[in-house]
Design a protein around this ligand. Structure first.
Ligand SMILES: [Zn+2]
Length: 198
């Protein structure tokens, strides 16, 4: 996540102003059809990173995703992206390995979710030709509690996905259990600390 921009950070922090950080392990429940939307979005944007929001409700320590909202990776629109958050290493960074959500888009999703008594549960993005594990960069721009679904896309084909939660001390991501509703499978993402990727 790219959230170093003060406006963005403040906005994301405000998404759950009264949040109680869960000590218990949580799980993400997502319908297969919504996973398919994430898959198709990731394929459509390949070789660039796609991004979007997971919207739903937390019920008994389970984040139930009711809808996914595909958003524009602002990193592909350099003028607006540079205005919000210039790249630190433009020779190595682009929309192929970075994504940036427009704070205006995020605000819109948040307002629409609240109107329907839902909330933003997390975010998804793709890793084109990289494993579905968060990078240092992802860690630096993420916040605890939220689910960060990452889907690997190899040569344009959506592949393995996993959901990650940032520890409260921000030291690392932990894999989060993913229950696929409408499917008999229960996917447990690779456990342990995320190694470096992209
Ligand atoms: Zn990433």
């Amino acid at each position: 996540m790219e959230q170093r921009d003060p406006r963005f950070k403040r906005k994301v922090c405000n998404l759950r102003p009264n949040a109680v950080i869960q000590k218990r392990s949580m799980a993400l429940r997502i319908p297969e059809k919504l996973l398919d939307l994430i898959r198709s979005h990731s394929a459509r944007e390949y070789p660039n990173e796609c991004c979007g929001c997971l919207v739903g409700k937390e019920v008994d320590s389970v984040k139930e995703v009711r809808e996914v909202t595909a958003l524009v990776n602002l990193r592909g629109r350099s003028a607006r992206a540079d205005e919000l958050l210039p790249l630190e290493a433009p020779d190595r960074e682009s929309e192929r390995n970075r994504f940036l959500i427009d704070p205006d888009d995020l605000r819109r999703v948040e307002q629409e979710a609240r109107r329907r008594k839902l909330e933003i549960l997390g975010f998804y993005h793709s890793h084109p030709d990289h494993p579905a594990r968060p990078s240092d960069y992802d860690r630096d721009h993420a916040f605890p509690w939220y689910s960060y679904v990452i889907i690997a896309v190899e040569a344009g084909r959506p592949g393995v996905y996993a959901s990650w939660m940032l520890r409260e001390d921000r030291s690392a991501f932990d894999a989060e259990s993913v229950e696929v509703a409408g499917s008999k499978t229960r996917d447990d993402a690779a456990s342990g600390q995320a190694p470096e990727a992209c």
